[in-house]
Design a protein around this ligand. Sequence first.
Ligand SMILES: Cc1cc2nc3c(=O)[nH]c(=O)nc-3n(C[C@H](O)[C@H](O)[C@H](O)COP(=O)(O)O)c2cc1C
Length: 365
Amino acid sequence: MPNLPTSSVRSWLAGLPPLHFGNIPLPSRYLLSPLAGYTNLPFRRIVRGLGGVGLGTTDLVNARGLLDGGPRTLQLVETCPEDRPFAVQIFGHDPIVMRDAAQLLQARGVDSIDINMGCPVNRITKVGAGASLMCQVDSTIELVRTVVESVTLPVTVKMRLGWDSQQLTAPKFAREFEQVGVAAVAIHGRTREQGFSGTVDRTGIRKVVEAVERIPIIGNGDIRTIADGERMFAETGCHAISIGRGALANPWLFRQFVEWETTGEIESSGSFDDRLELLRRQFGYVIEQRGIERGISSFRKMAHWYLKAMLVPAALRNQLQSAKTCAEFEATLVDITANGPARGSRTGILPDLYIPVPAGPNENW
Ligand SMILES: Cc1cc2nc3c(=O)[nH]c(=O)nc-3n(C[C@H](O)[C@H](O)[C@H](O)COP(=O)(O)O)c2cc1C
């Protein structure tokens, strides 16, 4: 596909076949990218409720931990009827462990399995998993082949452009993965060395699109607005996009993309009041899943982004962060409601929120 002007992207998308992973049809080409600590079932229920999500994916899940069956790991793969189609992302380096984990997931009824080859964090790469799989061509292809052949479900891979700028191996891997039966490949347009710094290299993603014959390539990285997505399609020719931080900042983004693709219109994102309602709903789902004590502590980092987006003043944000009981949490929400946003109205359009990645080098995450 030639580089498209962004104004032609919608008509180009209209001519594409609907998106499939293997024989599973996906309801849209806008997928939720895994974000460890955030893309849990309560958050997935929120974005599903708003609409437009083509596929939800779990946080990365340790394949070994799945086989051990620890309660925290099993909680990561919990799902519910509205959370479909749904993929579990596994990480590991041992093909047998990855195979057994994939079979366990198939028996639990998941729709698709994603192999993590992009995680830059030292804790993961030093055991030969995540992005370090991109350093070993033959054994990684064998690992992926083993997983693909062990299940009837579609298996996908999420990777980076390569380990560093000297080793941009993603096109080669994508071609090989297609040959061994992978159903789709998601590409975060940075190298492992980059971590999350710099900007996404869409030319690099395009090379991956050009390297495969049939399977969909999913473009990923820095998509926060419709214009960002449009640019990703135009400059890479990818057939789908996945959105991580943009979904935390704006959970309406999937629905907005579908609306834009089908009508050219872009609905506005939710107001202060709409976000407050989502925050309450998500908190309810978290308590349902984890109980009160763990629910309150684990919801803090998500609440932080809700309140930032709602322009809640720092004093009230801190008050919510220190709430230890449901009564304290609720009392703070009453104060937040009464106070409204620091600027603008409770029902008006809020400014776009930019969510940075965790600060510091990969080693510290
Ligand atoms: C806090 C955080 C956690 C992440 N966790 C995962 C993960 O579990 N698995 C994975 O493949 N990528 C993970 N990523 C990478 C994202 O899926 C995505 O590739 C990256 O953030 C770029 O996309 P974005 O700009 O839309 O967020 C994580 C990123 C962040 C910021």
